[in-house]
Each structure stands twice: as C-alpha cells, then as structure tokens.
Design a protein around this ligand. Structure first.
Ligand SMILES: [Zn+2]
Length: 361
C-alpha cells in the first residue's frame, strides 16, 4: 500500500528545497500546499511552523500528533541526492537532509495512502516545525496552544526498524563572560588581569565530554582578546551539559560554574554567569500508552521493539513537556549532521508502513 516510488520521489523533492535553520519559508509553503492537497486543514503560526489537522472516523476527540522538523542542520544548500544500491546519499559535499526530510516524506506518504484507500483512522494532527536543529528549546518556538493531541509520534530518529526513543536528556546551557582588566602587555602586564588565562584554567579543570552513561558536557564557544600587546579583559564562553538525570545535570553545572568561580577568585577577575534550562528531558515508562501503541504495531509487523535512551533532544522533548506523550521513531536516517549522511530506501519504506499501522490502530 505504501508506494516506494512515490515516497522516494517526495523525499528527493523535499531534499531539493533548501531549508537551513531559520530559512524554512520555502519548504513551509511547499508543505502547506501538499497538506492542503491531501484534504488537511492547514495553519501556520508566527514562527512559521506548519500545523495540519485531519479528522478521522472517531466520535471522540482523540487526536494523534505526527511531527517532523523542516530545517536541516548547518548552512548547507544545493543538496544533490545520489542513489546507490538502494541507499540515498548526498554527493559528498553536503549533508543529505534526511534529518528530517525522511520524517516529512514518511508522514506525507502515510496521509496519501490513507486518503487513497479511505482507511479507517484516528484524528490526526501534523506539525512540521522550524529551527529544531538550532533553537530546540526557544520559548514560543512552537505555538503549542494549537495542538489538541495527547499522544505524538516524532519522525526524527535513527537506528534499525523498530527503534524508538523512550528517554531523552534535559539540557542546561552555560553562558559566561569573564571580566579581567586590560593593561599594556609590554610595559605593565602586572596591572592586568588576563581573562583568557582565567577562562583557560577554569575550562581545563572542568569535568567535560562523556561524564557518565547519561551525562555529557561541552564548552562549544570561546571568544576573547583583541591584539597581542594588550592583556585581554574579556572572554565570552558558551557551553552546555545534558543528562537524563536531573540530579546529575545540576551537579555537573555546579561543577563547571565552581571552576569558573575558583579561577576568577585566584586572579581577581569577575564573572557574569547565566545557567539556563534549554529544554527538559523525558522518560516514558514501559506501561506508557504511547509505548504500547508503537510496540503493538511493531510486533504486528514482525519487528522487535528497540526502545532506546538518547543523548540528544528533539521536538519530542517539547511535546512531552507540554503533556503530549511522544516518542521519536527511527526513519532509518544514518550518519546525520555529516557529509556521509544516508538513508536506505527499504528503511524509509519500512518506517512508512509502520507509521501506517500505528495510525490505523
Ligand atoms: Zn532531526
């Protein structure tokens, strides 16, 4: 019932529409048109997210949300997909953008099959989101007041067929300015406080990288100084920590801030420190209805459910936080965020068949 040719065609068409984060206008209007052609009622919110609503046969007000993000990571444009041995790649100069256009193509294919076959189904909501790769936790990024569903499937994950994410971390971001004191580095360096030195000592002492099985931390941005003969008085640092344990996340952030405070105190520097929740994690226990829904459909299709705990956030974090019990499902996307990104056509077709089975339960 799922048409492999049509699914691949849709996917390739979407890949050809450039959509780096914050540049989703073209793909947004393309998708609004595609949804409208499938009989879906379409709205856009102020951020540019595309919302679709399609009533099913149920009398109850029981909606299922299907979601994917429209933006692709980084700045790549002019993506040229290449098919080799049943696998879709880029031409090697860019990402492919299967993250997350595979998810969008799968949702469109499922809606198309249901329309053609006049199959019985639940009420469905669709969201195609903006800026997922760049500003996942930005307040007001998605106007959640428009959403009626209490359950959602987010088509935005990798792994074999049957893989889905039952737990994802919270992320806190760390934004710091180290204030030292400028001085002539040749004639009176002793009058200066070197902010680069302070930042370097602090960062070198921080626990970083893989902290434990469910906790990571990173300093990703550092900027400071102007010329070599001035003791630098300012350094800007940005970092983050993530954990699936709130307690570990708090302790990790405290450890990072403590190193900054200690280094600043040793040198007489001052700090502006902002620690802010970027997004909240979630954990869906085994008896969660959404897990039952996807696992039942998987077993019917002869797939072993592969629940995974993820190290990354997705729109499912946002939806779960808003009370919409949601899991990301694998579309088969692989090596995402790299030039080697690819997706096997068979996996994308399998994902569409699985989603169809989920929606029809
Ligand atoms: Zn993604």
């Amino acid at each position: 019932m799922v048409s492999e040719d049509r699914l691949v065609q849709t996917f390739l068409e979407l890949v050809h529409i450039d959509s780096p984060s914050e540049h989703e206008e073209a793909i947004g209007s393309d998708l609004a048109d595609r949804l409208a052609a499938l009989g879906v009622t379409v709205e856009r919110d102020a951020s540019g997210n595309v919302f679709g609503r399609l009533r099913g046969d149920e009398a109850s007000d029981d909606w299922l949300l299907l979601a994917a993000h429209m933006d692709t990571v980084g700045e790549d444009r002019g993506i040229t997909p290449v098919i080799r041995d049943g696998v879709i790649y880029s031409d090697g100069t860019t990402i492919l953008g299967g993250d997350d256009k595979s998810g969008i193509a799968v949702i469109l294919e499922v809606l198309q099959v249901q329309q053609e076959q006049q199959l019985p189904h639940r009420h469905r909501e669709v969201i195609f989101t903006v800026e997922e790769e760049l500003n996942l936790g930005r307040k007001g990024r998605i106007d959640m007041s428009r959403v009626r569903s209490r359950q959602g499937i987010v088509l935005d994950s990798g792994g074999p067929q049957g893989a889905y994410v039952f737990s994802a971390p919270s992320q806190d971001k760390l934004v710091v300015t180290v204030h030292g004191r400028a001085a002539h580095a040749g004639s009176e360096p002793e009058k200066g406080i070197n902010a680069i030195r302070v930042a370097a000592e602090a960062i070198a002492a921080m626990p970083m990288g893989r902290i434990d099985e469910e906790t990571v931390a990173n300093i990703g941005v550092i900027r400071g100084g102007t010329v070599t003969n001035i003791v630098p008085d300012n350094v800007f640092i940005k970092g983050m920590a993530r954990s699936r344990s709130e307690d570990k996340l708090r302790r990790q952030m405290e450890a990072m801030v403590r190193e900054l405070e200690d280094a600043a105190a040793r040198h007489g520097a001052t700090l502006d420190v902002l620690v802010e929740r970027a997004y909240h994690g979630y954990r869906l226990e085994e008896d969660a209805p959404i897990r039952h829904l996807v696992e039942t459909a998987m077993r019917k299709r002869g797939l072993d459910p592969l629940p995974a705990a993820s190290g990354g956030g997705s729109d499912a974090n946002i939806f779960n936080r808003a009370g919409i019990e949601s899991v990301p499902l694998s579309t088969g996307m692989s090596a995402v965020h790299t030039k080697d990104e690819h997706i096997a056509i068979a996996d994308m077709v399998g994902c569409a068949e699985l989603l169809l089975a989920i929606v029809q339960q």
